[in-house]
Write a protein that binds this ligand. Structure first.
Ligand code: SF4
Ligand code: SF4
Length: 472
């Protein structure tokens, strides 16, 4: 079905499309990046969306050549962590909506996307099965499939072998184009699993057998771990890093107990890997959607510079402008997000110097509002005491970004902001899952790839809420 027909079938004329974009696409855009479709961005409806062209191009995708294989990889890659699920199901559950996945994958391929990135834990194993089904009808040389060894599961060698064989079966392939050691954080865990238990040796053997074509790792770790990995007597074929304009000079936060010199700015990693001629795949280009939910004032700066561009497209264009980026992953849950992203990358327009300055300015304004750097990845869940960690942070961040935090009691708007915060909190986080349920056990801390001190943040939010409740 061509794009024009598809839009007509949906009964959406250009005029309506524009209205839709102006009035409420925020909800859809936010949804695809891990948040509920119902999320809104302020009652006066400031928009983070852009304007899509009448026809979405099928032949303008930007490609990058993998220097190791000479093959052309689409710069936009399909991240499969947040697939559509059946009506009423939890967004992270295994109840994946296979029909919708098939439609999205068909559409992606028809518009030039050829890189698909799944992992063992996504949708409790169903992501691998779903992409296997969706890609089955395509010739094997028409797509690149990536998946990962689940480091945080601490597998033994025997378990790793079983996992790898199951991954091939689930994905219905005989080899993986890109295979990653998933979520490396510390030298100790890396050494234990991949060196002491022999799992790296096993994976290299699979590479020699042609069952892995490119071996790399995904990284959420410390500077010394990255240095260690790059100094091994081993040529990594590619590396996946968290890279976006927020982390470019700052890097993800580290826990207080860790030396701050261990913090790894994305720029530092990019330069190191480029020096070593290792191509880079990018995760979290939107920082789990946070870069689509900037503060009101930061959005205004970007919208003034380019009213027709979505807020997400600024972030994609930032990473896509870097020449050593092979592929930028985006988790696209809904057709609207896929279409919008295809437009951004077909072809990708690198940011000009002037646009870089605008983006810097918007970021400075955004950083003036302190949010919790939670990407909503859910790796910290479930909390044994029932706290819905990502939901608590999401509500708090939303109020900060919308500049609707109750601050000073002397403010005219204080009573209204206080009420709005508390009512919104009760609506978005059930009472038994709120921050006051956190007993500070610390079990979630090591699971967070953003190194957020979750118990401390929970305590802060709880105190803030209690204060608001007392101040009637
Ligand atoms: S520290 Fe709090 S949020 Fe984290 S696992 Fe323990 S009770 Fe849950
Ligand atoms: S707190 Fe950390 S682990 Fe939990 S959802 Fe947020 S970023 Fe992910």
């Amino acid at each position: 079905m061509d794009d024009k027909k598809q839009k007509n079938d949906k009964g959406m004329s250009r005029r309506n499309m524009l209205k839709w974009l102006a009035a409420g696409t925020i909800s859809a855009v936010a949804g695809s990046y891990g948040w509920r479709r119902t999320m809104s961005c302020g009652k006066d409806g400031y928009s983070t969306a852009g304007v899509m062209p009448e026809i979405i191009p099928t032949d303008k995708m930007t490609y990058r050549t993998d220097p190791h294989t000479g093959k052309k990889v689409s710069l936009l890659g399909y991240g499969l962590m947040r697939l559509p699920v059946k009506e009423g199901a939890n967004p992270n559950s295994d109840e994946v909506d296979q029909d919708m996945v098939n439609k999205l994958v068909d559409y992606a391929i028809a518009h030039g996307i050829n890189y698909f990135d799944t992992a063992h834990p996504y949708h409790k194993g169903m992501s691998q099965i779903a992409i296997g089904k969706a890609l089955k009808k395509y010739p094997r040389d028409k797509f690149f499939l990536a998946t990962k060894m689940p480091t945080p599961h601490m597998p033994t060698l025997e378990q790793a072998k079983e996992i790898f064989e199951k991954q091939l079966r689930d994905c219905q392939v005989e080899y993986f184009d890109y295979y990653l050691l998933h979520n490396l954080q510390t030298i100790e865990v890396y050494k234990e699993i991949y060196e002491n238990r022999g799992i790296l040796h096993y994976l290299l053997e699979q590479k020699r057998k042609g069952r892995i074509r490119n071996l790399g790792f995904s990284f959420h770790g410390t500077r010394s771990l990255m240095e260690y990995l790059l100094n091994l007597d081993l040529q990594w074929d590619f590396v996946q890093i968290q890279c976006n304009y927020h982390d470019w000079d700052r890097g993800a936060e580290l826990p207080a107990w860790m030396q701050q010199s261990e913090r790894v700015p994305a720029r530092w990693m990019y330069e190191k890997l480029t020096e070593k001629q290792i191509p880079i795949t990018v995760m979290e280009p939107l920082l789990g959607g946070r870069l689509t939910r900037l503060s009101r004032s930061a959005i205004a700066i970007l919208k003034q510079a380019a009213p027709e561009q979505s807020i997400a497209s600024w972030a994609f264009r930032f990473v896509g402008s870097l020449p050593n980026i092979l592929c930028v992953l985006s988790g696209m849950t809904y057709m609207e997000n896929l279409q919008e992203n295809i437009c951004t990358f077909s072809p990708l327009q690198p940011l000009s110097e002037e646009e870089h300055k605008v983006l810097d300015k918007a970021l400075d304004v955004f950083l003036g509002n302190r949010t919790v750097p939670c990407t909503g990845c859910q790796y910290c869940t479930p909390c044994p005491y029932g706290v819905d960690i990502p939901a608590v942070f999401a509500h708090y961040n939303k109020c900060v970004n919308e500049e609707q935090m109750p601050k000073d009691r002397m403010d005219e708007d204080y009573r209204r902001a206080r009420r709005r915060f508390l009512i919104g909190y009760d609506r978005s986080v059930p009472e038994l899952q709120q921050a006051n349920r956190c007993i500070q056990c610390g079990q979630c801390v090591s699971k967070c790839p953003q190194w957020i001190n979750i118990p401390k943040e929970m305590q802060k939010i709880d105190r803030f809420v209690e204060k608001l409740k007392l101040e009637k």
